[in-house]
Design a protein around this ligand. Sequence first.
Ligand SMILES: [Zn+2]
Length: 101
Amino acid sequence: MKRESKAGIKALATERMYRLFELAGKEFAKGNSARANRYVELARKIGTRNRAVIPTDLKTKFCKKCGKFLSKGKNAEIRKAEKWVEIKCLECGAEFKRKQA
Ligand SMILES: [Zn+2]
């Protein structure tokens, strides 16, 4: 069996997170927001379990507070500031800032 290095596991975790967010986006577009939220939950769990950091560009795709998948113009307002992206979750009303990807 191939032994994975720690860096390799992290890279794999990141890859899985991207994949899950991609699937979440597809489900959300189909109107399955419950399933989309589930994918976000899974992606966040992968991050915690593998101590992998959720990539910055994915951090704008879910609500920090309620954890729901966010889609710009659908259930989220995203405004770009100089160095920050301001996100407003229209699901729970939370507003937060993320560093620009
Ligand atoms: Zn929210």
